[in-house]
Design a binder for this molecule. Structure first.
Ligand code: NI
Length: 385
């Protein structure tokens, strides 16, 4: 509990989160989630904005003739993971789970909405609530922007739960807090042959393994040791039996970075290594490169304000950046914003994001609610023109 969140509201929010957790929906298919949130906001007499978005909810509190518009964002989608927590409110949707805690995010924003609505007359401006769909597939933020909901926003605030930290701990840092995400897929076309006659073919498997081994030299020998960059090959497939050399195969994976020059360099060297090794082994290579979200880049000036404001009710510290990605970054390309890590576990070996036994501590809810409420009000005051 915090001063702002009463025991009654806390109990209400815990029940709501458990209901959301029990009924997770995949990215872009958050239909019941959208209905539930819309009904809850309407029950609070909060204005719902009509959108062209298939799922997700945009709502508003306050009056833009009295000051700026500040956006508060929570994502609402779940993951294609079979839950193994054994919680009494575990997912009833087979193969779908709130394994990234977006149930916690949407519940926190709903709690903040209730408090802000009660204080509406005294708000120095307008707060836009963005319950965002499809974060996990990195398309939701861009669609919200395309539908026009950021055009008149002066600043945006968001957070991700973080099981590495305890309830009551909040990590806030300027600049990059989550990584830029690149995704790659490489198809190798060789020439198949009998395993006994490799000289009659062009070996796909030898080429794949050579390329994958060499790709790590980009990190070890091209990227500056001062830049944090990760290159992971996560999936490889070729062949289906012991005595045939396959004629094709593929591998895929991801690059995570914080520095734009390093991001460009890694992609350039990746293409050079794949293409030249393919040529050396006389096979064909086809590279597909997918740009994911940019760095989740916290505005230094706003970060200082949010850090100070949040320190009034939580244990605030500068966290290490995460190599995971966030499409909140897409909002931050349009308007300055701050993205924090709100502690939700803190146990040693606490299961991380996207694990089938991932859980969040409900007692962190009041801190997340207060993070939204107090920073929205503070920024409304700070950004008065
Ligand atoms: Ni997430």
């Amino acid at each position: 509990m915090t001063q702002l969140v009463s025991e009654a509201l806390y109990n209400e929010l815990v029940a709501f989160r458990h209901l959301v957790h029990q009924n997770p929906e995949l990215s872009g298919q958050e239909f019941e989630t959208t209905k539930r949130l819309t009904a809850a906001l309407k029950a609070l007499d909060i204005k719902i904005i009509q959108t062209k978005l298939p799922t997700g909810v945009i709502a508003e509190i306050g009056d833009d003739t009295k000051g700026p518009t500040i956006a508060l964002r929570a994502d609402i989608d779940a993951l294609p993971i079979e839950e193994k927590t054994n919680l009494p409110y575990a997912s009833v949707n087979q193969g779908v789970m709130h394994a990234c805690g977006h149930d916690f995010h949407q519940t926190s924003l709903l709690g903040a909405a209730k408090i802000l609505k009660a204080q509406e007359a005294s708000l120095n401006g307008r707060v836009r609530l963005i319950f965002q769909h499809a974060e996990e597939i990195h398309t939701g933020a861009a669609e919200v922007i395309e539908d026009g909901h950021l055009a008149d926003v002066q600043a945006i605030i968001g957070f991700h739960n973080n099981p590495a930290f305890k309830a009551g701990e909040i990590g806030i840092k300027p600049n990059g807090i989550m990584a830029a995400v690149d995704q790659f897929y490489v198809k190798i076309k060789g020439v198949g042959s009998h395993a006994a006659d490799p000289h009659l073919g062009r070996d796909t498997i030898v080429t794949l393994t050579q390329i994958i081994a060499q790709l790590q030299t980009i990190i070890a020998r091209n990227v500056s040791p001062r830049d944090a960059v990760v290159l992971s090959v996560t999936h490889i497939e070729a062949g289906n039996t012991w005595n045939v050399l396959p004629d094709e195969g593929f591998f895929e994976g991801t690059v995570r970075s914080f520095d734009q020059a390093a991001r460009v360099l890694v992609k350039k060297r990746f293409y050079e290594i794949v293409e030249h090794l393919a040529e050396a082994y006389q096979v064909e290579a086809e590279i597909t490169w997918i740009l994911g979200p940019n760095v989740t880049n916290n505005d230094p000036k706003l970060t200082e304000i949010v850090f100070q404001e949040t320190s009034k009710f939580a244990d605030v510290f500068v966290p290490p950046a995460s190599n995971a990605g966030e499409d909140f970054a897409t909002f931050q390309e349009q308007v300055p914003g701050v993205f924090a890590f709100i502690g939700t576990n803190g146990a040693e070996n606490a299961p991380g994001w996207h694990h089938s036994d991932f859980t969040v501590d409900d007692t962190a809810l009041p801190f997340a609610v207060e993070y939204y409420v107090s920073n929205a009000k503070r920024l409304l005051d700070e950004l008065q023109s």
